[in-house]
Design a protein around this ligand. Structure first.
Ligand SMILES: Cc1cc2nc3c(=O)[nH]c(=O)nc-3n(C[C@H](O)[C@H](O)[C@H](O)COP(=O)(O)OP(=O)(O)OC[C@H]3O[C@@H](n4cnc5c(N)ncnc54)[C@H](O)[C@@H]3O)c2cc1C
Length: 380
């Protein structure tokens, strides 16, 4: 793995690790219980210089690429996965996406304020009736002079209840792929958050349902041409999935560390439980799963950094890493025994957090089908 790590990346990783250990890890239980982010966290992440980790310097970004993004995601997720999920929705689903697909004028208008944390952002694609089949969305935008009028509902939107600005996908024609992307500010008339959703895990990250009722969007907030959304989605999907896979690495490493520490400290039958083969094997397998997933995630990030499509690599990395993290978290609970099951110890929270990563950004079932479809396409 060393060849993936520049000196700059090592320094970045250490800086983010120290930040997360101080600002996030000590508050993780409280944030989970109270279902909220730490106050002012986006401003602090902005001061750290990581909100525009992948975007060009002209918009205030760090322009460091997907591998650097992976190391940041792993460190934040190690300390507090929910905050990392909100960070991902902001820095990849909005900031990276707009930098890839928006006009210079749109980027100048929004990105510098997103990078400092003055604006919190997200992306709204999923609907109550359109999840895996996102292209089947019903939200519609109709042009009226210099505005589009948007009507519809978006479901499960990360940062929905707290966000200032969102990329919203909507139907603008009759064809299945006639979808267009809009920049929608939460202050636009007709925008509302109909509910904040209470979740099993990732509870510090605010998730909401957004409703648009005759929401008026200026034409200059249309991203690209009408009907170009599917192209935008494709451009962004790989890096988003790599980012989600990197979050799983952080969770797995945290579970491994908790398990190792506990197994060495806990005595039963007059000796440390780490000496029992059934326990040591679980911990060794955690390490093996984590290292294997890490290699896949960095390989996929490397393909993204080379500017190639990483369709299969990103799907494989996300499926493997997310399923590995859930398994590692369940095993960590087993290693801690009864203490693993109660809320004073962090592994039950990490297990709840881990599960989301098998669902969000493309479920494991869908990603396995992505891998197969790519083989079939190549064969043809
Ligand atoms: C906490 C959280 C945060 C999220 N954040 C965002 C966000 O910021 N923005 C956003 O737009 N969305 C977001 N999502 C939505 C997320 O991406 C979707 O939940 C996900 O894509 C799955 O869609 P669905 O929930 O409608 O499930 P469905 O698509 O209804 O799937 C239900 C089940 O059927 C399976 N299935 C569906 N189709 C197939 C198929 N063809 N073959 C085999 N199996 C299939 C699925 O794998 C799944 O197991 C978030 C979700 C959660 C839970």
């Amino acid at each position: 793995m060393k060849h993936y790590f520049s000196a700059e990346m090592k320094e970045l990783t250490e800086t983010v690790r120290a930040f997360a250990a101080k600002e996030l890890a000590p508050h993780a239980d409280e944030l989970d219980r109270e279902e909220r982010l730490a106050p002012g966290i986006f401003k602090k992440l902005g001061d750290l210089g990581i909100l525009g980790i992948t975007i060009p310097e002209e918009f205030g970004g760090a322009n460091l690429g997907a591998k650097a993004m992976v190391s940041v995601m792993e460190e934040l997720s190690y300390a507090e996965p929910g905050t990392c999920l909100s960070y991902l929705a902001h820095s990849l689903l909005f900031v990276h996406n707009l930098a890839q697909n928006g006009s210079k004028e749109q980027c100048d208008r929004y990105l510098p304020r997103c990078v400092t944390g003055e604006l919190v952002s997200g992306m709204a694609m999923t609907e109550p009736g359109a999840g895996s089949d996102a292209v089947g969305m019903a939200t519609r935008a109709v042009r009226e002079g210099d505005y589009y009028v948007l009507n519809g509902t978006k479901m499960f939107i990360t940062n929905g209840p707290i966000g200032d600005v969102f990329l919203v996908y909507a139907r603008t024609g009759e064809g299945r792929q006639d979808l267009t992307t809009f920049i929608v500010e939460s202050g636009f008339p007709g925008f509302s958050v109909s509910k904040k959703l209470s979740k099993m895990g990732m509870r510090s990250s605010p998730t909401g349902e957004l409703v648009f009722r005759n929401c008026r969007i200026p034409v200059q907030n249309r991203v690209g041409e009408e009907g170009s959304t599917v192209k935008h989605m494709m451009k962004n999907l790989d890096i988003e999935r790599v980012g989600l896979a990197a979050m799983s690495l952080g969770i797995a490493r945290a579970c491994l560390d908790h398990s190792l520490k506990y197994a060495q400290e806990r005595n039963q039958f007059g000796e440390s439980i780490v000496n029992f083969q059934a326990i040591s094997e679980k911990i060794s397998n955690m390490y093996i799963g984590y290292r294997a997933a890490r290699a896949l995630v960095y390989e996929a990030a490397h393909v993204v950094d080379e500017g190639r499509r990483a369709n299969q690599e990103a799907a494989a990395a996300k499926v493997f890493a997310s399923e590995m993290a859930t398994k590692v978290a369940l095993d960590a609970i087993q290693v801690l025994g009864g203490y693993g099951y109660i809320r004073e110890f962090p592994v039950e929270r990490l297990m709840r957090d881990a599960k989301l990563l098998e669902i969000g950004g493309g479920t494991s079932e869908i990603l396995r089908s992505v891998i197969i479809k790519e083989f079939v396409r190549k064969t043809r």
